[in-house]
Design a protein around this ligand. Structure first.
Ligand code: IPE
Ligand code: IPE
Ligand code: MG
Length: 248
């Protein structure tokens, strides 16, 4: 990792750092984790889902206000049917458990992405989780399911075009704030920090608009092996970065 853009003095533990308001996590590496153990890819997803639950709770406990996890992308439909079916089954199990699980943590569940592709049963669980949690006061947990940054922008542009056609406003009134307000993350701060385990150096279509000035921390750990300590390391790395937003 390059250290050119570090602040001084360096932070070495999380007790002294200013928490990022919004953290994004690309939960990647489940398949490789399973392969290393001679297991089917679905076993990696099962292990990854357990880590998701633990890390979501931890983020809430340490005072992160918004957490967005990338669970399934618009491109993940390209995977073999067997893997997709296993993932859908896992989502269903987790969303059933989440109705109870996140209650004591006061976590507010939200889903971002195009829901139209999911089964009625899964859709109902997503809506139920959102409804049951809407008055809670803890961390907002966005689960990105059938999410793609480009698809999100296309949907936003179509809605804006409709509103221009219906004379709600004129095209020259479109600005950054308006575009943000047409995205799934409307009303939420942009992610300060995006963590990508599994060592891949790419966005894979995650929060394209919102991540314009996010700090990326790429980690050489597969998601099912990710622990609270890895999250702490990413937070410390983030705290030692010098964010300039184009200034000096
Ligand atoms: C991330 O892990 C989970 C999903 C994309 C659903 P992967 O399944 O992409 O794991 P790798 O990258 O193949 O190891
Ligand atoms: C990104 O991981 C999507 C999720 C983690 C849900 P992928 O495994 O799909 O990304 P690529 O294919 O390596 O870019
Ligand atoms: Mg992957």
């Amino acid at each position: 990792m390059a250290f050119f853009n570090r602040k001084k003095p360096e932070h070495t533990d999380i007790s002294s750092i200013e928490m990022p308001a919004h953290v994004g996590i690309i939960m990647d590496g489940n398949g490789r984790w399973a392969k290393k153990r001679g297991l089917p890819r679905s076993a990696g997803h099962t292990a990854g889902a357990q880590v998701f639950r633990k890390i979501a709770r931890y983020c809430n406990n340490i005072g992160i206000k918004y957490l967005t996890v990338y669970a399934f992308s618009t491109e993940n439909w390209r995977r073999p049917e067997k893997e997709i079916n296993a993932l859908m089954k896992l989502f269903k199990e987790y969303l059933e458990e989440a109705l109870r699980d996140f209650r004591d943590d006061c976590i507010v569940m939200r889903f971002i992405g195009d829901r139209s592709a999911f089964s009625p049963a899964l859709l109902e669980l997503m809506e139920e989780n959102e409804e049951i949690a809407k008055d809670r006061e803890g961390m907002v947990l966005n689960i990105a399911m059938n999410y793609g940054g480009r698809a999100e922008l296309i949907t936003a542009i179509q809605k804006i075009a409709d509103d221009v056609r219906n004379d709600k406003f004129s095209a020259d009134q479109i600005d950054e704030q308006m575009i943000s307000d047409y995205l799934y993350t409307k009303g939420q701060p942009d992610p300060d920090l995006i963590i990508r385990p599994s060592g891949e150096h790419r966005t894979s279509n995650f929060l394209l608009w919102q991540s314009a000035y996010s700090e990326y921390v790429i980690m050489d750990v597969l998601w099912p092996d990710f622990t609270e300590e890895h999250l702490n390391q990413a937070l410390i790395e983030y705290a030692n970065r010098n964010r300039r937003f184009g200034g000096v």
